[in-house]
Design a protein around this ligand. Structure first.
Ligand SMILES: C[S@@+](CC[C@H](N)C(=O)[O-])C[C@H]1O[C@@H](n2cnc3c(N)ncnc32)[C@H](O)[C@@H]1O
Length: 220
């Protein structure tokens, strides 16, 4: 029998400060309605489906969902306080096109059929800057292959980081992945926030060692 081990944790804590009562209420009432059931094939209708991995407080997820009411936005995030914050945004804005996996995105990816998604966002993933921790980075070769599997041809993946080394690490893996083509059109595209980008909470903290680096890829 082959044993499948869960991947190394690519995230830090799953719980922070106590969740505010209103958000705790949404975890009980709204989350069950939005939660994706990974135990069965994910129900994909005729709409385009986009996925944000590690949506943090959910500001980007909610804004993209509001801007694109015809698109189904899926989000994965294991940090409970982040999920609670995202639920508040979804509730306040009355969004009906969002699905949530309150856990590791890699489990959600595994439950998605080939070519299910037309866009993906990996914005400011945990950088794991110490060399001994780099094996925890999300953008490992096997995850990159999974991202390629679930993205439809012509689909786009946006990656952003404010850690120089993580940008280089990701580019290294994406450039050798047959599924992907770097979609840069000008030499300094990587310095410029894409026109449709929504600033994230982590991004504003400027915790990295470089201004944000933007890498957009197209599924070959
Ligand atoms: C540095 S934060 C950035 C959050 C948000 N994207 C932003 O820019 O504000 C990285 C987030 O990715 C989440 N994360 C890390 N590994 C993940 C995984 N395997 N699946 C889903 N989310 C993950 C973490 O819990 C954390 O909230």
């Amino acid at each position: 029998m082959t044993e499948t081990r869960p991947p190394l944790r690519s995230y830090g804590r799953v719980k922070g400060r106590p969740v505010k009562p209103r958000q705790a209420g949404l975890l009980e009432t709204l989350l069950p309605r939005l939660a994706l059931d990974l135990g069965r094939p994910i129900d994909l209708d005729e709409r385009e489906t986009w996925l944000e991995i590690g949506f943090g407080g959910g500001e980007h997820l909610a804004e993209q969902a509001a801007r694109h009411p015809d698109v189904r936005l899926l989000g994965a995030e294991p940090f409970v306080n982040g999920v609670a914050s995202a639920l508040r945004h979804i509730d306040e804005r009355g969004l009906t096109n969002v699905g949530v996996h309150a856990g590791d995105a890699r489990a959600l990816l595994a439950a998605l059929p080939d070519g299910a998604l037309s866009r993906m966002f990996v914005l400011f993933p945990d950088p794991w800057p110490k060399t001994r921790h780099q094996k925890r980075r999300l953008m490992q070769a096997d995850t990159v292959a999974e991202l390629g599997r679930v993205l439809r041809p012509g689909g786009r993946l946006r990656f952003a980081t404010d850690w120089r080394d993580y940008a280089a690490w990701t580019l290294e893996r994406m450039l050798v992945a047959p599924a992907f083509r770097w979609a840069a059109e000008a030499a300094d595209d990587w310095r410029t926030p894409p026109a449709d980008h929504v600033t994230t909470r982590y991004e504003t903290k400027r915790l990295g060692d470089t201004p944000p680096i933007w890498l957009d890829f197209e599924r070959a």
